[in-house]
Design a protein around this ligand. Structure first.
Ligand SMILES: Nc1ncnc2c1ncn2[C@@H]1O[C@H](COP(=O)(O)OP(=O)(O)OP(=O)(O)O)[C@@H](O)[C@H]1O
Ligand SMILES: Nc1ccn([C@H]2C[C@H](O)[C@@H](COP(=O)(O)O)O2)c(=O)n1
Length: 228
């Protein structure tokens, strides 16, 4: 299946059609499994743009938008914000960015997210990274994160774990059935986790450039890493 997809949508005034080909990788895993940390490394080494659904929602709260209070309340409760809101934010972020390679972190979080994104954008991910980590380790990391997040308290953390198991794991299983998931043992030290990720992206870049589906700027990195 083609790793590039077309983003087609009318802009605000409805008069102009904006279309571009993009490569999308979904980055999924439990809260505190290290998705954001590794996305920063992938951006640096492989030239992707990192779009964190959680960050986009938190920015929406700060902007004072009409949905701000609803989003804030849902995040405090560890619940998943309606897909319509999150998909719009992601779509806008992709359209406004000149890059054509996006890491979408923390999305799709449930079946509704997945279906809404696919219906609206017609984008299929090239592949999915699944950060697998024990709850014990994730809890420890979140309680030490110190970023002043409203939802990094033990009560909300437990709710987020429950939502992850009940709503997010089925999405990962959906992509597993399509052969799109790279499962990563995310309980290891940061550097070890990134070594695994480097190999995944280097292999993807090599295969895609061979088939002409992926124009990459990762050639220098590819020579540094081991490809199975
Ligand atoms: N491999 C690791 N070992 C130990 N600590 C880590 C590791 N990776 C990330 N951390 C730390 O754990 C905390 C959570 O990491 P991060 O914010 O990347 O997780 P996340 O999966 O993006 O979480 P969330 O989904 O809640 O946003 C951070 O303080 C980060 O520095
Ligand atoms: N697709 C998403 C992503 C995030 N949220 C909300 C609910 C999460 O608990 C919160 C924080 O996300 P994180 O930064 O930990 O990825 O944001 C959502 O509703 N839908």
């Amino acid at each position: 299946e083609a790793p590039t997809s077309s983003v087609t949508d009318k802009v605000e005034n409805g008069s102009q059609l904006d279309e571009k080909k993009v490569t999308v990788v979904f980055v999924l895993g439990g809260p505190g499994s290290g998705k954001g940390t590794q996305c920063a490394n992938i951006v640096e080494h492989f030239g992707f743009t990192h779009l964190s659904a959680g960050d986009l929602l938190r920015a929406e709260i700060k902007s004072g938008s009409e949905n701000g209070t609803m989003i804030q309340n849902m995040i405090k409760e560890g619940k998943i914000v309606p897909s319509e809101v999150t998909v719009k934010l992601l779509q806008r972020a992709m359209q406004e960015n000149e890059n054509d390679k996006f890491l979408i972190d923390g999305f799709p979080r449930n079946e509704e997210n997945r279906a809404a994104f696919e219906n609206v954008t017609k984008i299929e991910p090239a592949f999915v990274l699944f950060f697998n980590c024990s709850e014990e380790e994730m809890e420890k990391r979140l309680l030490n994160r110190n970023q002043g997040r409203d939802d990094d308290n033990i009560e909300t953390i437990r709710k987020r774990f429950k939502v992850f198991i009940e709503s997010s794991l089925p999405v990962i299983e959906y992509y597993q059935a399509k052969g799109k998931v790279h499962e990563i043992d995310a309980g290891r030290p940061r550097e070890e986790v990134f070594e695994t990720i480097k190999n995944i992206f280097a292999t993807f870049a090599k295969e895609s450039s061979e088939t002409g589906k992926y124009v990459d700027n990762c050639v220098n990195v590819m020579t540094e890493v081991h490809i199975d």
